[in-house]
Design a protein around this ligand. Structure first.
Ligand code: BGC
Length: 365
């Protein structure tokens, strides 16, 4: 656990946090945790979201706007732009604080660059909730609400193995690894979760990362951009998969999964088992068509509802419910979290998984 406290970079801190199951020796928050004594029922609640790098963020904006309104709050929902993402988000949060927001809910564009804004929120008496992505290296984050991201990675790693075994019961299997953007605190958490399943197989020699690129720095996808994953897959296919068959690709989300599939198709190679995450419409279609192998259902409606519930509890002067107080160390403190359970989805389970989703359920027919 000492290691957790010694790491200095945001990325390294995030890498450690999901692996650190022990809370007892971690430093507790020395500083400025906010305790709201309640606030007016129509108060401003700020929601700062990153740029729309995946469908879940697009959905979240609309759900927050509608949900905060029907809860009686004055919602202020903002997205960071695509190019000046970090500065946009910093400015948006500052402006929410100036406008008197009582709670600021943040889906961080870069979880390592919001300490100043989180402190300003606390200084103004607002409560800071990290949404989906943890905010790192600051004591000024009060709560975290997210799907269990380490579990997401575990499910992805297991799905990759299951899919390859179902296709061909005996290995060894040749795979490649992709991870998310290095400014997203979730990226190492997903990756570590997946590697907790894959590394023992790599050690046994049943799974081979043919390129040898197993370090998260080598596998990262800047900005979670499809074109970056596609061009890395293009290069890997050329450099490494002349004769060797590609059996599987660990993809951290759906947008990148489809980019990887596009690359493999363009190279005229048979499709490998490709994982994903987010249940994006195009990926659910791809799964039903037998192309992408799996995705993860992290229903955005439930996550937004939980975040709004936290704001309602704070409005009444209460303490928001949390269900995990040991897993998410942001480098400075363990942030009390409310974690929701992610669900793995394949073609075989899609109908059941999306039974209550009016958009996705029809696609599974
Ligand atoms: C989210 C994923 C999403 C990715 C890219 C992550 O932080 O948890 O659901 O696919 O960002 O937007």
């Amino acid at each position: 656990m000492k290691k957790v406290l010694l790491v200095t970079t945001a990325l390294a801190a995030a890498t450690m946090l999901a692996l650190s199951g022990c809370a007892s020796s971690a430093r507790t928050d020395a500083g400025s945790s906010s305790s709201a004594a309640g606030f007016p029922a129509d108060a401003t609640i700020g929601v700062a979201l990153p740029s729309k790098t995946s469908e879940n963020w697009v959905l979240a904006g609309g759900l927050f706007t509608d949900g905060l309104k029907s809860a009686g709050f004055t919602g202020d929902v903002q997205y960071a732009g695509a190019s000046t993402t970090v500065k946009d988000q910093q400015d948006q949060i500052s402006s929410m604080i100036t406008k008197g927001a009582k709670v600021v809910i943040i889906g961080a564009a870069d979880g390592g660059q919001l300490a100043t804004q989180a402190k300003a929120a606390h200084d103004a008496g607002a409560v800071v909730i990290a949404y989906d992505r943890l905010i790192l290296n600051t004591p000024d984050v009060d709560y975290y609400v997210a799907y269990d991201n380490f579990k997401v990675g575990v499910l992805q790693g297991q799905a990759l193995l299951d899919g390859m075994k179902a296709k061909n019961p005996t290995g060894p299997y040749h795979i490649e690894l992709f991870s998310g953007s290095s400014d997203d605190a979730n990226a190492p958490v997903f990756f570590n979760g997946a590697m907790s399943v894959l590394q023992p197989e790599i050690d046994k020699g049943t799974v081979i990362v043919t390129s040898g690129q197993t370090d998260i720095k080598q596998t990262a996808t800047a900005g979670w951009k499809a074109e970056n994953a596609q061009s890395r897959m293009d290069s890997l296919l050329t450099s490494t998969y002349g004769a060797t068959p590609l059996d599987g690709v660990l993809s951290p989300n759906d947008t990148l999964a489809r980019a990887i599939i596009t690359s493999v198709k363009a190279a005229g190679k048979p499709l490998p088992i490709v994982t994903g995450q987010d249940s994006e419409v195009e990926s659910v279609k791809s799964i039903m068509a037998g192309e992408q192998y799996s995705t993860i259902n992290k229903d955005t409606r439930a996550l937004v509802a939980q975040a709004i519930k936290m704001a309602q509890e704070l409005q009444k002067g209460g303490t928001p419910e949390t269900n995990d107080t040991k897993s998410y160390n942001n480098g400075v403190k363990i942030v009390p979290a409310y974690l929701l359970a992610p669900i793995i989805v394949t073609k075989a389970t899609a109908a059941e998984a999306y039974a209550n989703d009016p958009t996705l359920e029809p696609l599974t027919k």
